[in-house]
Structures are given as C-alpha cells and as structure tokens.
Design a protein around this ligand. Structure first.
Ligand code: CTP
Ligand code: MG
Length: 182
C-alpha cells in the first residue's frame, strides 16, 4: 500500500471510533454513568460521562460502520477506493464501544489524579478512545482486527488521530457544543 492509501485506510477504519465522541457531545446529558457516586474522595467518572452520551456514541459508530460496509459490499465506492475493507458486525461494535469505554477509562484516571471534569490531560484526551477501540475490537473481532490493522495502519492512526481530534474539538468548541477546546 502507498502512504496515501495507508492514510485513507486508517481514517476509514477509525471513522466508527471517531464519531462516538462527537455523538456523545451532541446527544449527551442526563444520568451520569457513575450515578453520582464517589470513590476515594472524588467522582468515579464525573458528570461528563452519561448513559445517554455513551448509548448515542455506540449507536452512531455502529450505524456509520453499517453504512460504510454497505458502500463496500454494494460497490458504491469508486474503483480507486476498492482497497477499503468492510466491517464485521463485532468489529463495528468493538470500534464504537471501545472508543466510548476508552474515553470513560480516561475520565476514571483523570478523577483519580485530581483532575476536575473538563480538565485537559494532554495525550490521554487524544488517544484514550483509540486505545479503547483497538483493545475491544482485538478482543471481539480478533481475526478481522489483525488482518486490517497492519503495523503501517496502526502507526498512521496514532499519528493522524491527535491532529484530527484537536481540529474537530476546536470546531465543536467554536460552535458552542463543547465547553473547552480539548
Ligand atoms: N458526554 C456524555 N457522555 C459520554 C461522553 C461525553 O454525555 N459518555 C458529553 C458530556 O456532556 C461531556 C461532553 O460530552 O461534558 C464532552 O465530553 P468529554 O470531553 O469527554 O468530557 P468532559 O466533560 O471533558 O469530562 P472528562 O474530564 O471526564 O473528560
Ligand atoms: Mg473533555
């Protein structure tokens, strides 16, 4: 694969892990996942992680993977993009659910390290959902995961994601959807 193809595959494969965050920001709110409970003097996850946001995120990610798979299987993509893979059902779920769980895992660590809701945690904020998506997908759809996520694609994801994340969060902040630009 050429570098450009590798980058295109990386973004394509990660789209179902990227949209859950945005859907959670758009549709989140209501009951927090930790039901307001504290552990060792601070919130388990905090008010920024809600059931509705998580459910919206997983739904959006899986729905997008379905649309992408439909495009591949039905031949809706141009011939020049014939190298793009389809998503197995468990891969779609793994990417979306893993992204949401990774984000919650980061909030858990943030609360344990004295960071209030919304406090920045450079590096972690940009890659928590990537690590979550990789781990959960590798567990739920191992064969698919190791076939499509070659070393080159994983490197491309790790390089591209922080940049894409910074850009989309800045846009969400300027649109008034997020309280902080991270
Ligand atoms: N959100 C949600 N449910 C989730 C994830 C996000 O409702 N599972 C919503 C919340 O309104 C949250 C916003 O999306 O405030 C932004 O998400 P994020 O930056 O991940 O949360 P923070 O508020 O910054 O909280 P934390 O410090 O725990 O990351
Ligand atoms: Mg945040």
């Amino acid at each position: 694969m050429s570098v450009v193809e590798t980058v295109v595959v990386a973004v394509w494969l990660m789209l179902p892990a990227y949209v859950p965050n945005n859907a959670a920001v758009l549709f989140g709110g209501g009951t927090p996942v930790d039901f307001g409970r504290e552990w060792r003097g601070s919130r388990v996850l905090g008010d920024g992680k809600t059931w509705r946001g998580g459910a919206a995120g997983v739904t959006a990610g899986v729905a997008l993977a379905l649309v992408q798979t439909f495009a591949v299987v039905e031949g809706f993509l141009p011939d020049s993009l014939s190298f793009l893979p389809a998503f197995e059902p468990l891969a779609a779920l793994g990417l979306a659910l893993g992204a949401i769980l990774g984000d919650m895992g980061a909030s858990f660590v943030k609360r344990r390290t004295g960071r209030e809701r919304g406090a920045p945690f450079p590096g972690v904020d940009q890659l928590d959902f990537v690590v979550g998506a990789f781990v959960v997908t590798a567990i739920l759809a191992s064969e698919w995961f190791f076939e499509v996520f070659t070393v080159e694609v994983v490197v491309a994801v790790l390089v591209l994601t922080p940049a894409l994340h910074v850009i989309t969060n800045f846009i969400a902040y300027r649109l008034g959807l997020k309280d902080e630009p991270w």
